[in-house]
Each structure stands twice: as structure tokens, then as C-alpha cells.
Design a protein around this ligand. Structure first.
Ligand SMILES: Nc1ncnc2c1ncn2[C@@H]1O[C@H](COP(=O)(O)OP(=O)(O)O)[C@@H](O)[C@H]1O
Ligand SMILES: [Mg+2]
Length: 352
């Protein structure tokens, strides 16, 4: 009799737990569905605009948004790259977005699912995707606008002469970017491989905090997703050596590319600088040779002004670990974050 009661009790508890889990899942799915707001859809022309709900966007009317998006022209361009053009979309005096035009039309369900997953990612070091617009011959991605542009512009572009990045600023950017990539690799489910880590995909907010952009773009641009391995995606100068043999993107490939970005921060040089090309070498090979001769201080960017030598040498060694030829010997991004944090905290101890 006692046994029968216990069994009845177990069954009741299991049923309640089952019902509760169903309710929780439904609430979560409903919340996710509510987040998506279809601003405009016209089946006949194949045009659709989707804005993810967020506090920033709540005050905007959808018509306003759509009208301004359709009016974007060449005078609004802020940059262009491998897969499209980036525009500044001014909604009013205090609100602006960055709109990326991808030269790829006909968004299918897979494309939209990919974008919705990207819109779900919220991290202080990952650029926020606010929505998208699809049309037969092109697609637009609506991102947060980064007032300080890209790290590339600071190190090698038009901002180089205007504003110098000192070492504390560079080390903060390195750590922020590492945290963003580590989040994609280790905390997102399913895990995300960025596939195009480079200084122009590290954007800087008003506090010069790094925000990693363009993750998943390589996947979005793939014409045929049935193949795991693809033609070369990513950018020369940042690609891990094994990628040329296997064509497979991996998290360790991202770690390698991040190592190249660390070298850019440390030396102020482009990965495929013209001077290197003339000599038939590249940044990674050059730095490895100099470090073998223990002459790191000679390659550190003289624009950094005061350079805490120990800290800089530590970051050089972290970069070299990321740039190991054998992927298995490279650290994970979580380990890179830890090492960069330790390097910075050591400095704080010395300073205080
Ligand atoms: N969200 C953004 N906010 C501000 N500037 C941006 C943003 N996204 C991109 N940019 C600028 O536009 C340029 C072109 O971007 P993109 O098309 O992604 O090409 P790439 O990353 O190859 O340079 C970037 O180098 C950057 O300066
Ligand atoms: Mg980019």
C-alpha cells in the first residue's frame, strides 16, 4: 500500500514537472516571438523589414525607419568592405544606426533564422544587430552605429594621424575583443565561429570599448550551405595556415586571426604591409624572427608613447601562442582572456 502511494506521488511530481517545463518553454518562445517586430512586408515585391524590439528602438515609428532606410544614398556611406557597403542612417539628432548592405538578394528562411540568432546575442563586446531588411537584389543589416569607427582606422587609416592610441587604450581593446570572441566560442549555443577576425571588424564605442562585428557574415554570404568546407572566407593576412589546406573554419582559426590583431596593436603595422610584401615576408613571420632575437622593444609601435615593457612582452608572448602553426598548441579564447586579464592586473598591482 505504502509502495503504491509512493509510486502515485512520483507520477504526480513527474507530471507537474513536465507541465511546468512545457509552460516555461512556451513563455520563452512567446517572449522571443514578441521581440520580433515585422515593420513592413510586401509579399509581391519580396520586400520585408524586421526590427528586433529593444529599448533603443521603442520610441521610433516603423514608417519613419522604413522611409529613412529607403532614402539612403552614397552621401551616407561610412565604409565599404568585402561583402558590401556600410551607411549611416540618421533617424533624428540623437539616434543613428549603421546599415550594412549585402550584395546578395533573395533571403531564404535559413538566412532569416541566422539573422534572428545573431539578433539574440547580447554582450558588451559584440556589436548589436537591431534588425534587417530583405529585397530581391540586396539585403540590409541594421546595426548599432559605433561613433569611433574601427580599430583598423585608428591603427592604419585616416584616424591614425588624428588620435594616437596609447598602450592602456590598446590593451583595453585587446581584452574587450578577446572577451567578445570568447563569448561567441564558449557561451553561445550553438557555438559560433567568427571566421573573419581582423582589425576592421573590431569597432569602438564612445568609451573606446571594443565591439566585435560581422560574425556570421561569412556564413550568410555562403551560396551553398550544404558544404561544411567552403572557398576561402576571411581576409588574407589573418587566415590560419591550416585553413589553406582544409578550407574548414574552426575556433582555433579565429584564435590565430586574433593573434594577428594583437600583433597589429603591438606593432602598429598592417598584417600585409606593403613593406613586408616587397621583402617577401609578412607581419607574423617578421615578428617571430625579431622575438627569437629577443628584440621585442624594437618592433613595438613607437606611437604608443610610454610602453610598460613587461606588459608588452607578455602580450607579445600571448600573440605568439595564438599564432602557433599547430592549431592544437594554440590556447582557447577563454584562456587568452584569462592571460590578458592577468597581464593587466599585474600592471595594476605594480602601479598601485
Ligand atoms: N556599426 C558600425 N559603426 C561604425 N562604423 C562601421 C560599422 N560597421 C562598419 N563600419 C565601418 O565601415 C567599414 C566597412 O565595413 P565592412 O563592410 O564590414 O568591411 P570591412 O570589415 O572589410 O572593413 C569598416 O571598416 C568600419 O570602418
Ligand atoms: Mg566588417
Amino acid at each position: 500500500m505504502g509502495n503504491a502511494r509512493m509510486i502515485a506521488l512520483y507520477i504526480t511530481i513527474s507530471l507537474i514537472a513536465f507541465a511546468l517545463s512545457k509552460i516555461i518553454i512556451s513563455v520563452l518562445l512567446y517572449k522571443r516571438w514578441k521581440r520580433k517586430q515585422i515593420v513592413y512586408e510586401q509579399g509581391l515585391t519580396g520586400v520585408k523589414m524586421v526590427i528586433f524590439k529593444s529599448p533603443v528602438l521603442q520610441s521610433l515609428t516603423s514608417e519613419e525607419f522604413l522611409k529613412k532606410t529607403l532614402k539612403l544614398s552614397s552621401k551616407d556611406i561610412i565604409g565599404s568592405g568585402g561583402c558590401g557597403t556600410v551607411y549611416r542612417l540618421m533617424i533624428n539628432d540623437s539616434t543613428a544606426f549603421a546599415v550594412k548592405r549585402l550584395n546578395r538578394g533573395n533571403a531564404d528562411r535559413g538566412f532569416e533564422r541566422e539573422l534572428e540568432a545573431m539578433g539574440d546575442i547580447k554582450h558588451r563586446n559584440i556589436l548589436t544587430l537591431h534588425g534587417y531588411f530583405t529585397a530581391p537584389h540586396y539585403n540590409l543589416l541594421i546595426y548599432e552605429l559605433m561613433p569611433n569607427g574601427s580599430l583598423y582606422n585608428f591603427l592604419h587609416g585616416e584616424l591614425k594621424a588624428e588620435r594616437i592610441l596609447d598602450w592602456p587604450a590598446r590593451s583595453k581593446i585587446a581584452l574587450g575583443a578577446a572577451r567578445g570572441i570568447s563569448y561567441l566560442h564558449h557561451d553561445c549555443i550553438p557555438h559560433i565561429i567568427h571566421r573573419d577576425i581582423k582589425s576592421s571588424n573590431i569597432l569602438l564605442d564612445q568609451n573606446m570599448e571594443a565591439q566585435v562585428s560581422d560574425f556570421g557574415i561569412a556564413t550568410l554570404m555562403e551560396p551553398d550551405k550544404t558544404h561544411v568546407s567552403t572557398a576561402v572566407a576571411g581576409t588574407f593576412g589573418y587566415l590560419a595556415p591550416e585553413y589553406f589546406d582544409t578550407g574548414r573554419a574552426t575556433t582555433k582559426g579565429d584564435v590565430y586571426s586574433f593573434g594577428v590583431v594583437l600583433l597589429e596593436l603591438l606593432t602598429g603595422k598592417k598584417p600585409m604591409d606593403e613593406a613586408f610584401l616587397e621583402e617577401g615576408t609578412k607581419l607574423v613571420t617578421w615578428v617571430k624572427a625579431v622575438i627569437e632575437d629577443k628584440k621585442e622593444e624594437h618592433v613595438a609601435d613607437s606611437n604608443m608613447r610610454c610602453c610598460p615593457i613587461d606588459e608588452i612582452n607578455n602580450v607579445f608572448s600571448i600573440a605568439l601562442m595564438c599564432l602557433e602553426t599547430e592549431p592544437a598548441n594554440r590556447p582557447t579564447m577563454a584562456e587568452v582572456v584569462k592571460m590578458l586579464e592577468q597581464t593587466r592586473s599585474k600592471k595594476v598591482v605594480i602601479d598601485s
